[in-house]
Write a protein that binds this ligand. Structure first.
Ligand code: GLU
Length: 588
């Protein structure tokens, strides 16, 4: 059984309770939709959106503002993201009309081999690996931010980290969602005194409303502001990371394994500038993240399959049935073929071809749900190069939770950033780097624990991701951005939102708010509470769909570039404690 199969549906319940934030900084209404001119930002955190707008107002561009927002999310959403993790940034440069991507995914240390997560021939216990030094990959975030600022920004670390340093030093009031996430991780956090000291009180979660300061994280950001990328990868922070990974600082006697990371692993880490994947859908150019994220390819394949149907003219449940079936087939291929392109020659061209999609479409019954665990297709005949040896016929089922964060920013010059970044599970490995206040990722558990499989662990390899930061264009002009957290449900959230927006004619806020359905080649389709009793659900059930429960799916953020030149920033209206959207010059 693969670790992803053993990975139970998360027991973490993400609260949808909205409480008013007692943030004491300058007020930006915490609202999920804003329209106007100038730059725009949408994130899941009020303070992060505010940081982006502050940097835009100071003359920074979208890249500067995105890094500022991300750094702030590291403070206000420390269980989803931070400098202990990695991510994927998609950037549109307006002047050059060019999209580039920065892959700063975590990398396996040089000591890794394919059997690292097996013992006596069996896969190791998944949760035990998560809460250990073994799960920690070389963090890529700071290197990614450095490349983004250095190549495409106008500001330096000192400027863009200032808002996050302020929030970390002065503190912010945690909301019910934050407290709930601590609750779900108490067992893991108790293992590590530096984590417990930050987020627990008398062995329990800090209550909602607590003013949380993180001076150690402010110190980490200050050292990066002063010393740049080397302060992290070759300096004191790096040494603290290596020490914490190899000998996790645990509460007396806890049985937590160490990893095997060296200063050379950190010093050798590079972010990769990669060409985006491009596909078309009903007149839109969909530009997304290439491998090692599977997101761009899987969304493209599913959209290519869907393009053969006139979804607009169908009853909603019929269109949604086809969305679920296209997703099922795209996941069968994604699970079988996709991995780090520096280690595996994945048949991306074939998977993204319209002709291959036509073959896959033939497998869909327009009236009935397909069987779970659909086999992968054979995209090789649709590659130009036919020399690929691998022909897997099985497809592993994935079940992951909703972690990570996605943010999106544009500026007055028309530059755009769509950015998803993570530390993998809620609370990552659980290990807070002592003295520096940030949590280390558990991204190495995104590898398949045993092979043969393209996504087995290897030295220097990056585990396959689902992150899907996307920018869509129409007639050569930016049309919208979309992205979300949520492990493998990221792909379905992005796909469904695109279908809602383009095919079902919803406004972007409606497209985000609509109930999410996630079919990832499993027996059941995951749904959110309340959907199962709807007429729509009954229609789908009549076609053979069955349901699995998730408390909530995704926490998306989007921008829409309107024909009148205004921009609309859209965040979640009700998920993850409600998101925050803002524009520099609101339209009244
Ligand atoms: N590790 C996941 C990925 O790279 C992201 C974490 C999550 O959203 O669950 O796809």
């Amino acid at each position: 059984m693969s670790p992803s199969q053993r990975r139970a549906t998360p027991t973490l319940l993400v609260s949808t309770i909205i409480i008013s934030l007692a943030f004491t900084g300058p007020a930006y209404a915490k609202r999920p939709v804003a329209t106007g001119t100038g730059g725009a930002a949408a994130t899941i955190s009020e303070q992060a959106t505010q940081s982006a707008i502050t940097i835009l107002n100071q003359g920074g561009n979208a890249v500067d503002a995105a890094v500022a927002a991300a750094a702030t999310l590291g403070v206000t959403d420390p269980f989803s993201c931070g400098i202990g993790g990695g991510g994927f940034m998609v950037i549109y440069l307006a002047r050059d009309k060019r999209v580039i991507t920065i892959d700063h995914r975590e990398m396996a240390p040089a000591g890794f081999k394919p059997t690292v997560f097996t013992e006596n021939g069996a896969e190791m216990d998944f949760e035990k690996v998560v809460a250990s030094g073994m799960s920690v990959g070389v963090p890529g975030t700071v290197r990614g931010w450095h490349e983004a600022l250095d190549r495409y920004g106008k500001m330096n670390f000192r400027q863009v980290l200032a808002p996050a340093i302020k929030v970390a030093s002065e503190g912010f009031r945690i909301n019910a969602n934050f407290a709930h996430l601590i609750d779900g991780n108490i067992g893991k956090f108790q293992l590590f005194p530096a984590t417990a000291a930050l987020y627990l009180k008398d062995g329990k979660s800090l209550p909602a409303g607590t003013l949380l300061r993180n001076p150690d994280m402010a110190k980490a950001y200050r050292e990066i502001a002063a010393g740049g990328v080397k302060a992290f990868y070759e300096g004191k922070i790096g040494r603290a990371i290596v020490a914490a990974v190899n000998k996790p600082p645990v509460a007396g006697g806890a049985d937590v394994r160490g990893g095997n990371m060296t200063m050379a692993d950190l010093a050798n880490y590079e972010a990769r500038l990669r060409q985006p994947v491009r596909s078309t859908y009903r007149g839109y150019d969909i530009v997304g993240m290439p491998l090692p994220s599977s997101g761009g390819v899987a969304v493209a394949e599913a959209l290519n399959i869907l393009e053969g149907y006139d979804l607009k003219s169908m009853p909603r449940e019929k269109a949604e049935h086809l969305y679920l079936e296209a997703s099922r087939l795209a996941f069968a291929d994604r699970n079988a073929y996709l991995a780090d392109p520096e280690f595996v020659e994945a048949p991306v061209e074939g998977l993204m071809s319209k002709e291959y999609a036509a073959r896959r479409r033939e497998l869909i019954d327009v009236n009935h749900a397909g069987k779970p665990m659909a086999p992968a297709g054979d995209p090789y005949p649709f590659q130009k190069d036919q020399s690929y040896p691998l022909r897997p016929s099985t497809s592993k089922l994935l079940a992951e939770g909703a972690h990570t964060t996605h943010l999106t920013v544009s500026d007055k010059e028309g530059n755009i950033v769509s950015y998803t970044y993570t530390i993998e599970s809620w609370g990552g490995s659980g290990i807070t780097v002592p003295g520096y206040g940030f949590i280390l990722n558990n991204e190495m558990t995104d590898f398949d624990f045993s092979g043969p499989h393209p996504n087995v662990p290897e030295a220097g390899k990056r585990p396959r991701s689902s992150m899907t930061p996307t920018i869509a264009f129409k007639d050569g002009k930016p049309a919208f951005t979309i992205g979300s957290p949520g492990g493998s449900t990221i792909i379905t959230t992005v796909l469904q939102t695109i279908v809602n927006y383009i095919d079902l004619g919803m406004r972007m806020d409606q497209a985000l708010d609509a109930p999410r359905l996630s079919q990832r080649n499993g027996a059941a389709t995951d749904i959110e509470p309340g959907f199962g009793t709807s007429a729509q659900a009954k229609g789908l059930a009549a076609m053979g769909h069955t349901w699995g429960a998730q408390e909530e799916i995704g926490a998306a953020n989007a921008l829409v570039f309107n024909p009148d030149g205004t921009v609309t920033a859209v965040s979640e209206g009700k998920r993850h404690g409600t998101g925050s959207a803002a524009v520099q010059h609101p339209a009244h």
